[in-house]
Design a protein around this ligand. Structure first.
Ligand code: COA
Length: 262
């Protein structure tokens, strides 16, 4: 277990809180594993009927830790690869296997996997201050978590491509228009509202809630295939000189220069 992930269970509600605020809750391999472990164990816990996923401070999560991408490109460790029980696949597998509903409370900044995780949640609520972006291409890599399949289906191809390729940040209002977010609340009231919704869900007949989720997720074979294809592509892309330039530029706090790449 890592101190960067909190798992609090009370009144049939599990709250998983990403708690690395000084790094905008960027996710390290051990954090993916801790979230996966928390979700997995909640499935067997009779005292959990619903999971709430949120972040500490002004960020939901700034996505995968950039330093970890650099480590991966150097071949010293890997968060993303599809094989075995690597942390990122384990995190996605836990989300896909969860029978109990998951509610995301997007309390602020959501970048990369902070956005691609949302279609794997059953209800998504955002603070009015939340900002979203998917800068995968800017980093020389590609979107993950089956977002290349789920998001065109959710938003339409053009809107999904705009978010993937131009990768501009967008606000909670746009996320709501896209159907990525169920509702927006004033930042100071978000958790209170989400916990009230979670309590409503926890009071419903639990097996009917689980069976409904199971039926809605019946398409997951396609999702699993997309996760594998994306993972393989990221594994290649993250080692390219253009991706290394992008990651290095982030670390050096300068704009990247892709002019020399084909
Ligand atoms: N990985 C590692 N560290 C990260 C991070 C990430 N994904 N996102 C933020 N941080 C760190 C910063 O390096 C900084 O650390 P430092 O104080 O030791 O220098 C700290 O978190 C605060 O970030 P900062 O950039 O100063 O905050 P900001 O409010 O100006 O900007 C972001 C916030 C999220 C817009 C900006 O940090 C960013 O673009 N991060 C990268 C997001 C990203 O590309 N994620 C991967 C997606 S695939």
């Amino acid at each position: 277990m890592t101190a960067f992930i909190e798992d609090h269970r009370e009144s049939y509600i599990q709250t998983i809180r990403i708690n690395r605020p000084d790094k905008k809750n960027a996710l390290l391999p051990e954090m993916y594993l801790a979230i996966a472990g928390a979700i997995d164990s909640a499935q067997k816990d009779r005292n959990v009927r619903v999971t709430v996923l949120t972040g500490t401070g002004d960020a939901f999560t700034a996505g995968n830790d950039i330093g970890d991408f650099i480590t991966m490109a150097d071949g010293k460790g890997a968060a993303i690869p599809t094989q075995g029980n690597a942390p990122f696949p384990a995190f996605l597998a836990a989300l896909l296997a969860a029978q109990k509903p998951i509610i995301a409370a997007v309390n602020g900044l959501a970048v990369g996997v902070g956005v691609t995780v949302l279609p794997h949640c059953d209800l998504v609520y955002a603070a009015d201050t939340a900002r979203f972006s998917m800068p995968f291409v800017n980093l020389g890599i590609v979107p993950e978590a089956a977002s290349t399949v789920l998001m065109p289906a959710m938003f339409g191809r053009m809107r999904a491509m705009e978010l993937f390729l131009l990768a501009d940040p967008f606000d909670a209002q746009k996320a709501h228009q896209l159907g990525l977010v169920n509702a927006i609340f004033p930042a100071g009231q978000l958790m209170q509202e989400v916990m009230a919704i979670a309590a409503r869900l926890a009071a419903k007949p639990p097996s009917a809630v689980r069976a409904t989720k199971r039926l809605v997720l019946a398409h997951s074979a396609l999702v699993e295939k997309a996760i594998e294809a994306e993972g393989r592509t990221i594994d290649v892309q993250v080692r390219t000189p253009e991706s290394r330039e992008a990651m290095k530029a982030f670390k050096e706090r300068r704009p990247p220069d892709f002019s020399r790449f084909d």
